[in-house]
Design a protein around this ligand. Structure first.
Ligand code: SAH
Length: 393
């Protein structure tokens, strides 16, 4: 095995539990080799850790083990999967929810790979060519540990010309749509249609909160609605009416389908394919106001008319939202921008309400749910921020 000396500071960080390696951490940079397992040594050539090399958005390699006696083989991956399985036991036993994250990268001890379960079908997301080099061993380990696996799909989330971004790799193919359950709500999902499936599993607790607390007898507006998952949660929670707004043409049919699979008539709801910023002007012209407004934009979006970026435009977006929210109404403001700190996000909220001269109260703060396990030494991975804000006077 190739051995590399780490610089002192990097040695300390790794020994403290930091899971990511950067090129600069090495005394002599390893010759690029995606997927190579290397042994890391300190100044005195004493063992520090084993890692694999891979270029990813987060760094140039991931720590695998600090136990000198642990080999990186199928048994190693089986240990990680057994641990992940034990930690998801309560979700696995819950008959109201059968879609969740089974394995969350560095949070579960292996950066570069996430695995989601959708009603006994599993989706592996590979984040680098380096981790994908170990695909066969990892899949074998997974199948040795997890029972009741109906089928496996994979998503390739790194640049490559040699593989399609989505692929069926094991077992049966899932029906299309595959109906999954979350807190008793049904969602239609598509496991082999691009990188996205129709639902973002990380918003489970937010959908639950909307279902249980912010819908009954309320008018609900869902902006950037995608397949309308928040709208369906609201309708199931007793909303008097939901309005879903998304720019993408596909969102209309997909949203209708989500209502239908829950026995709800989509014709009784409003679904608009349009730019949310145009919708705000329309709503003001028509004097429309809502009791609950959900806003969950992409971190960055370019449409024909404008570009939107969370870091530059979230305050203005919130100001528009405040205008069309009833007094005492609730705004559910979300962002998945990893590079936006909680402090910045809170500032955006404060600035927006200040500009409008309106008081507000933060009722709830959500981050990633338990199954999206975070490595305590790498909190940067906790990208989700969702605030439930009550609009005052
Ligand atoms: N809130 C959704 C996920 C949103 S994904 C959920 O939890 O399911 C982001 C969505 O924003 C995409 O569906 C995209 O089509 C839409 N979008 C991007 N820019 C938009 C714009 N200017 N107006 C309306 N929708 C937009």
């Amino acid at each position: 095995m190739e051995k590399y000396k780490l610089k002192r500071r990097a040695t300390q960080m790794v020994r403290d539990g930091y899971p990511v390696l950067l090129k600069e951490d090495f005394v002599k940079e390893p010759i690029e080799s995606e997927g190579t397992i290397v042994e890391l040594l300190d100044d005195n050539k004493k063992f520090v850790a084993r890692a694999y090399l891979a270029k990813q958005n987060k760094g140039d390699g991931w720590i695998l083990t600090m136990n000198e006696n642990e080999k990186i083989d199928q048994t190693f991956f089986e240990r990680l999967f057994n641990q992940a399985l034990a930690e998801r036991a309560n979700l696995k036993l819950n008959d109201q929810t059968n879609a969740y994250r089974f394995f969350n990268g560095e949070g579960d001890g292996l950066g570069g790979l996430t695995i989601d379960v959708y009603a006994d079908y599993y989706i592996f997301s590979w984040y680098s060519a380096g981790i994908y080099k170990h695909q066969q061993t990892i899949l074998k380990a997974f199948l040795a540990v997890v029972s009741d696996v109906k089928g496996v799909y994979e998503k390739i989330r790194y640049q490559t010309k040699t593989k399609p971004e989505t692929n069926h790799v094991y077992g049966e193919e899932a029906p299309e749509p595959l109906l999954i359950k979350e807190n008793g709500i049904t969602f239609a999902t598509y496991l082999n249609d691009g990188l996205m499936t129709g639902i973002f599993l990380d918003q489970r607790n937010v959908r639950r909160s909307i279902l249980e607390q912010y819908s009954m007898d309320k008018t609900v507006l869902n902006t950037f609605s995608y397949t309308g998952a928040f709208s369906v949660a609201a309708a199931m929670g007793g909303a008097s009416h939901t309005t879903s707004v998304d720019l993408a043409n596909r969102s209309l049919e997909k949203t209708k389908e989500q209502f239908k699979v829950n026995g709800l008539d989509p014709e009784l709801q409003t679904i608009r394919v349009m730019d949310v910023f145009d919708y705000f002007r329309y709503a003001i012209r028509k004097q429309l106001k809502f009791d609950t407004v959900v806003v969950d934009p992409p971190s960055f979006a370019r449409s024909k008319k404008r570009t939107f970026s969370v870091s530059k435009d979230y305050t203005a977006l919130l100001e528009d939202i405040i205008d069309i929210t009833n007094e005492d109404g609730v705004i559910i403001a979300s962002t998945n921008a990893a590079n936006l700190s909680t402090e910045k996000f809170e500032q955006f909220i404060e600035t927006a309400f200040d500009h409008k001269g309106i008081a507000y109260e933060i009722l709830e703060k959500h981050t990633l749910p338990e199954d999206f396990k975070i490595n305590p030494h790498y909190p940067q991975s906790d990208y989700l921020k969702v605030y439930v804000i009550q609009k005052g006077y």
